[in-house]
Write a protein that binds this ligand. Structure first.
Ligand SMILES: *Cc1c(COP(=O)(O)O)cnc(C)c1O
Length: 391
């Protein structure tokens, strides 16, 4: 890609790394357990269609998204498999039916919303649903035995419904001491037993996220529950597909799995200048040159998702060296202090996230600077930034 054909800023996607991560995660989970690949938020900002197609070709048969609109997009690359909608499906209820998405329900009125859509579509066939059980996450899901009995009673009156699975979500899967996940698994078991007692046969139970995939004692406990209710266990990793390895606490208790970053975020140097000691740069003059300073302009800013809190810090890589931002990050521009690299030239590729000559800035590095998690960093890269498949 030459300077003249290059976008201002772009993301390179390595489907090779994604496939390798699939293999690493798949081999960590016992072969009799399923994997639901969580691809919400446009595959954590990586581009859902290409990522799902690659995982589908690697053998993925279950995907999860957070809205019917996302599910509808995935259906195009995944004509036959299972697509779960993890939360709020009501707005796109017709799409749930038209694109054979599997919603999660936990309140009786959600069943009524599905029924209305089902009647509207001529009342044919049955709609598979999974029941969400709240075992400690506290955001959604059935919270008590009483609520569960009421929900199941309501479902029994709706022959169009087929309860295919039951799931829960862990709040602290990376914290191994104290191990609140074991407590959640116990509560999950109590609620699952109640489902069975009520005469409902479920095919699948699923729980957990990326961290769960790498904690054998959690998987073993969940498999025990699967056997107890005659259901297949599935684990739902998301972020680890993109190379963001769980950080277990206390640290070092489980070695980080060898996952590879899938995304690199790039731009180019479009202008260079030398400023004298004492000159100031950018909005509010927050950068004051301490010496004669060389600045490189890059056409990327907070409108593209480059967090403004990286101003006068953070770092990008150019010519194999990490350099800080100088002055405030602007809406669609930023400046890098390249004083230490006299050879930097117009057109040079700059990695905002990624690697050059063995030097790297990871989504974790950016997240650590900002006090957040890598998911937020990759999801924040604007949809307008092209995602290019590199390999
Ligand atoms: C996002 C999400 C996951 C995946 O979590 P990661 O930490 O990205 O692996 C799994 N299950 C549910 C319900 C989620 O919302």
């Amino acid at each position: 890609m030459s300077m003249l054909t290059s976008p201002r800023t772009w993301v390179d996607i390595s489907l090779t790394a994604l496939r390798e991560n699939w293999a690493t995660i798949r081999s960590a989970i016992p072969s009799d357990c399923g994997v639901v690949a969580v691809m919400k938020a446009d595959a954590y900002g990586h581009g859902a269609e290409a990522c799902c197609a690659a995982l589908r070709d690697s053998g993925a048969t279950w995907f999860a998204v957070s809205s019917p609109a996302e599910g509808k997009r995935l259906r195009v690359v995944f004509p036959d498999g299972n697509i779960l909608v993890l939360s709020y499906f009501e707005e796109g209820c017709q799409d749930v039916l038209d694109f054979r998405l599997i919603p999660q329900v936990w309140e009786p009125w959600q069943v009524d919303v599905l029924e209305a859509a089902w009647r509207d579509r001529g009342g044919r066939g049955r709609i598979p649903v999974h029941i969400e059980l709240d075992t400690g996450m506290g955001r959604h899901g059935v919270r008590s035995a009483g609520e569960l009995v009421r929900l199941l009673k309501h479902c029994r009156e709706k022959p169009f419904l087929s309860i295919e699975g039951a799931m829960t979500h862990f709040s602290s899967s990376e914290s191994l001491q104290p191990d609140n996940t074991i407590r959640q698994i116990e509560v999950f078991g109590v609620l699952l037993d109640l489902i069975i007692e009520q005469g409902v046969e479920i095919k699948y139970i699923h729980a957990g996220n990326s961290a769960t995939a790498f904690v054998p004692r959690h998987i073993d406990a969940l498999r025990g529950l699967g056997r107890r209710c005659g259901a297949t266990l599935m684990i739902r990793p998301g972020t680890s597909f993109f190379g963001h390895a769980p950080r277990f606490l206390p640290s070092g208790i489980i070695a980080p799995p060898p996952l590879k970053p899938v995304l690199s975020w790039k731009t180019r140097v479009t202008s260079l200048r030398e400023i004298e000691a004492g000159s100031t740069v950018g909005y509010d003059m927050t950068f004051k040159a301490q010496r004669s300073t060389r600045l490189a302009l890059v056409p990327v800013g907070y409108a593209d998702g480059l967090n403004r809190l990286l101003s006068n810090g953070g770092g990008a890589i150019v010519r194999g060296r990490r350099v800080p931002f100088a002055g405030r990050i602007m809406m669609d521009l930023a400046l890098l202090d390249v004083t230490e690299q006299p050879t930097v030239s117009i057109g040079d590729e700059v990695a905002l996230i990624g690697e050059q000559e063995g030097v790297s800035v990871s989504a974790y590095d950016v997240a650590d600077t900002l006090g957040t998690i890598p998911d937020e960093v990759t999801c924040a890269i604007a949809a307008s930034v092209p995602r290019l498949i590199r390999d």
